[in-house]
Design a protein around this ligand. Structure first.
Ligand code: COA
Length: 308
């Protein structure tokens, strides 16, 4: 499972698929054995940091549903073998039909079994576009606001253990998951069983930038990074990241991971500067909408989420 894999018309790890100026370009070759193991670990960490509200295990696949709140939370995590792919696809179709959602897979280079991609291609599943999972030593994050990891500057960030009103006001203006699906998203956050922190940075006394951190062993998972459009380019996100890093370092974390879509060019530049490297990329594959008898009857599609 470590070679290049085709997702739609794009090869994982194919340099030609990225804009040439993208600072988070992954190497052309497929995943090393070590990165494949890391990919499996980080997918499991992401599952813990964004737990589905309902799940069903079908052999090695975990079928997830979360009240329409997110793509990860409403997709199949294909982390193990299934004995019969057509039978497993039928089980997926039945599960998501009962949920009123389109069958969706999250496909990574370590998804199983090997025959899954051609099976989804043949069934006409679409492709959401790539997201990279990136990892970095924590020091670059801790020092994101300037200064060094050992001697970080005061950053004027507020931290909470649950999302407060100011945090939510920023998140819902920038992140579709919070804006369109707030109740379902809050239920997901409430289900997280790991230590979490919500950071808010104010500009001119008003909450303007936020981020969420989840501590998982040696890892800080970074989620929900958002700055109000009017406050961008003033270092607010750097201060959020520094506060997340300092919170995690004080609790023993040594590394950070995050997910960033290929289209998020500003975020990609920032993360590259802090030392993040892309470990692997994934995308969501969604079943074609089934023909329905009457007009206007389509299955609900989840909004874009902040943890892509
Ligand atoms: C990504 C995002 C959080 C950055 O927030 P921010 O507060 O503007 O970031 P900062 O001011 O700390 O700037 C970080 C870097 O990005 C640069 N930057 C910010 N806005 C920019 C823009 N519009 N064009 C080019 N560069 C920009 C800054 O110059 C800075 O680089 P530098 O410190 O090397 O000069 C913000 O753009 C955002 O909310 N985007 C939409 C949501 C999103 O993509 N979230 C990330 C999901 S992974």
């Amino acid at each position: 499972m470590t070679g290049d894999r085709q997702i739609g018309d794009r090869r994982i790890g194919d340099r030609a698929a990225f804009p040439p100026s993208d600072p988070l370009v992954a190497p052309r070759a497929g995943l090393s054995v070590a990165d494949a193991a890391l990919a499996r670990d980080l997918e499991a960490a992401a599952h813990r940091a964004w737990p589905p509200l309902r799940l069903h295990d079908h052999h090695g696949w975990t079928l997830r549903a979360s009240a329409g709140a997110s793509r990860r939370g409403n997709s199949v995590w294909a982390h193990g073998e299934v004995p019969d792919v057509p039978a497993a696809l039928a089980a997926v179709a039945a599960f998501y039909a009962a949920e009123g959602l389109p069958p969706t897979f999250q496909l990574t280079p370590v998804s199983q079994p090997a025959g899954l991609v051609p099976a989804l291609d043949a069934a006409g599943y679409d492709d959401s576009g790539p997201t990279d999972v990136c990892a970095a030593p924590l020091g670059g994050v801790t020092g994101a606001a300037g200064g060094g990891a050992a001697d970080p500057p005061p950053i004027g960030a507020a931290t909470e253990t649950a999302p407060g009103d100011g945090w939510l006001r920023v998140a819902e203006q920038v992140l579709a998951t919070f804006g369109a699906q707030r109740a379902g998203t809050l239920a997901v956050l409430d289900a997280v069983r790991l230590p979490a922190v919500y950071v808010t940075v104010a500009v001119d006394g008003v909450p303007a930038a936020v981020g969420r951190g989840v501590l998982d062993g040696r890892w800080l998972g970074i989620y929900s990074m958002a700055t109000l459009p009017a406050a961008r380019g003033q270092g607010a996100a750097r201060r959020v990241l520094a506060a997340l890093g300092q919170w995690a370092a004080a609790r023993g974390a040594t590394h950070a991971y995050l997910q960033v879509e290929e289209v998020s060019t500003v975020a990609r530049r920032l993360y590259a500067e802090l030392g993040f490297r892309p470990v692997y990329r994934y995308s969501y594959r969604r079943a074609p909408a089934a023909p329905v008898p009457g007009p206007g009857r389509r299955a609900a599609r989840p909004a874009a989420e902040d943890t892509p």
